[in-house]
Write a protein that binds this ligand. Structure first.
Ligand code: PCA
Length: 214
C-alpha cells in the first residue's frame, strides 16, 4: 500500500462560469485546457480543475469542498477582467464585497468577505517571480494589488483563509486574464503562459514537489 508521501501532490485550478455582462467566461475554458496540458508538462503532480459558479454563496462553499476532497499543495484561481492584456497576477485579497448581483441575481450578504476578517490577506504564491518569468518568456504580465470587489477577490480571500486554517501548506494565487479573449487566445497564449506560471509556483514550494527547468 503506498504511503501518503507517495501520492502525487495535488494542484487545484479554478475558473469561473458566466456572470452578468460575461456570457462566456474565458477562465472556464482556460482551466480545462490547462489541466490537460499541465498533466503532460508536469507529470509529477495531480491537477484538479473546477469551474466555480460566479455566485456569492455557492462559490466559497464549493471551494471549501474542493479543499476537503483534494487537500491541494497549490490552489491557482483564474478569472476574467476587462481592459487588460496578458496576465494580471494578484498580490492580495481585500475583505470587501461590492454590492453587485452575481450570476443568480443575488447580492452579497455583507459588504465584507468575513465579518471579522483581516482587511487584506497576501497571496502566497511567488507573484513577483511569476511576473518576471512570464516577461522573460515574452508574455505580457503585471502585478496587481487590487483583485476588485467582486467574486474574484472574494474567492481569493476565501481560499487564502481556507489554506491558512488548514495549516498553511497550500499556497494560493489568483490570475486575471482578459475577458474578451477568444478561444484561440486562450489555447494559444493563456494556456501555455499558465503552464509557465505553474512551473514557477510549484518550484517555489518547499519542498518543491518536482524539479523543472524554468
Ligand atoms: N471575473 C469576476 C468574477 C468572475 C470572473 O471571471 C471578477 O473579476 O471578480
Amino acid at each position: 500500500m503506498p504511503l501518503w508521501t507517495d501520492l502525487p501532490p495535488t494542484v487545484l485550478l479554478t475558473g469561473f462560469g458566466p456572470f452578468p455582462g460575461v456570457r462566456r467566461n474565458a477562465s472556464a475554458s482556460l482551466v480545462k485546457w490547462l489541466s490537460f496540458k499541465a498533466r503532460i508538462a508536469l507529470p509529477h503532480c495531480r491537477f484538479v480543475a473546477a469551474v466555480l459558479p460566479t455566485e456569492w454563496t455557492r462559490a466559497p462553499s464549493i471551494l471549501a469542498e474542493l479543499y476537503e476532497r483534494h487537500d491541494p499543495v497549490l490552489a491557482l484561481h483564474f478569472g476574467v477582467a476587462t481592459n487588460m492584456r496578458g496576465f494580471r497576477v494578484e498580490t492580495e485579497a481585500r475583505n470587501f464585497c461590492r454590492m453587485s448581483p452575481d450570476a443568480a441575481g443575488s447580492l452579497p450578504v455583507l459588504n465584507r468577505v468575513f465579518e471579522d476578517g483581516a482587511p487584506t490577506l497576501p497571496a502566497t504564491i511567488a507573484a513577483t517571480s511569476i511576473v518576471r518569468h512570464l516577461e522573460a518568456q515574452g508574455y505580457n504580465a503585471t502585478l496587481s494589488n487590487d483583485a476588485g470587489g467582486y467574486l474574484c477577490n472574494a474567492v481569493l480571500y476565501h481560499s487564502l483563509a481556507e489554506a491558512r486554517d488548514r495549516g498553511g501548506r497550500c499556497k494560493v494565487g489568483f490570475i486575471h486574464v482578459p475577458a474578451d479573449a477568444k478561444l484561440r487566445d486562450t489555447v494559444g497564449y493563456a494556456v501555455p503562459g499558465a503552464v509557465e506560471i505553474l512551473k514557477v509556483a510549484l518550484n517555489a514550494l518547499s519542498p518543491a514537489p518536482i524539479l523543472t527547468s524554468v
